[in-house]
Design a protein around this ligand. Sequence first.
Ligand code: IMP
Length: 424
Amino acid sequence: MSATIVVGTQWGDEGKGKVIDVLSEGADVVVRYQGGNNAGHTIVVGAERFALTLIPSGVLYPNVTPVIGNGCVVDPAVLLGEMATLSERGIDPSRLRLSGNAHLIMPYHRKLDAVMERFLGRQQIGTTKRGIGPAYTDKYSRQGIRVQDLFDPKIFRSKLEVALKEKNKILTKIYNQMPMDLDPICDEYLEYADRLHEHVTDTSLLVWEAIRDGETVLFEGAQATLLDIDHGTYPFVTSSNPTAGGVGPGVGIGPTAIDRVVGVAKAYISRVGSGPFPTELDNPIGEKMVEIGGEFGTVTGRRRRCGWLDGVALRYAVRINGLTEIALTKLDVLSHFETLRVATAYDSLDHRHTEFPRQQRVLYNCHPVYDDLPGWNTDISGVTDYRDLPKQAQQYVEYVEELAGVPVTMVSVGPSRAATLVRG
Ligand code: IMP
């Protein structure tokens, strides 16, 4: 029996989908607890590539019940679209369970996301424009519409009416946009209701019962630690709590249910969108990481900014999430570099910082202090046993382990399920 949380330790795109996919093999339930279709998980099974944004990665295993918890925001058209795509490719999505308390992403959320970003100009966040921030804003201002509202057409219409009245004022008077019509939105969403109905259940109870009955439950974090609304590089963050603590409110279970917290760290770092990034390499080395690592977004196709592994941020992720272990991904990408660097501290504003700075001013002025490690200059993508990795590659993994203070239990050297080295 185990309840395991899998979280990103950086700014997302660490390869969580693959780690969750590997861990899903022995799992019964895989649960998303925050975010929406801003997440992009690419999973490679044999010759097939699956890109999921909302449905938990575990759906690819027939033994798994995939769950979308109450802490998520759900765009029903995207959800139904992903289910249809999976069906076409021979994956049965009928086991999917969806919380009636999850909030709906509405067309005006997507519109507002786009126009608010434009309005911010040079200060823009670089969001995925999927309506995530505006949907969570409505949730916390208690104006949100939830999945369960879809099943009472009168209530749904009246909530939509109230919401649209306000949103149309904002759209027309502040952002100079056309107002949105009630009827087409209402008809569109009520049509989704019929198709979603059989999937909606009390997911908090479902997960609690699974844990009580000794089943294996995985909590799949989307985005990552440094994109957390409370603990990330605010305001350049997403609007939810991807950190491990988000599981409690995002699913409705207590902290004592959790046994294991796995932090996924890419062997280097990337970031999409705006915001501080101390180890960013805006030079040919960073460019090489983008090319070799295929660092383009799953959701938006945007080029990711790349840089050396940041040990300060990694230790911060260990602390904030209470990590019990680390899964190190994309180690094969580093095969192409002569010397590898890892940041161990930052120099900023006349001080040396060994802890991740909480002050934006400090973060923006950071100059990383690096340790240099030898590269291995050999292709490792075909290695299937950790002990067969070149000595320098093992040294790199052990260095990361020492720096983080928790064991690296899994090393990924390629996109396929097979390219995963589990360390005892
Ligand atoms: P939002 O989540 O669409 O509001 O975007 C807020 C910030 O989080 C932007 O910088 C996005 O690029 C980033 N972001 C959101 N989801 C992901 C993800 O799955 N991977 C990496 N970055 C993400």
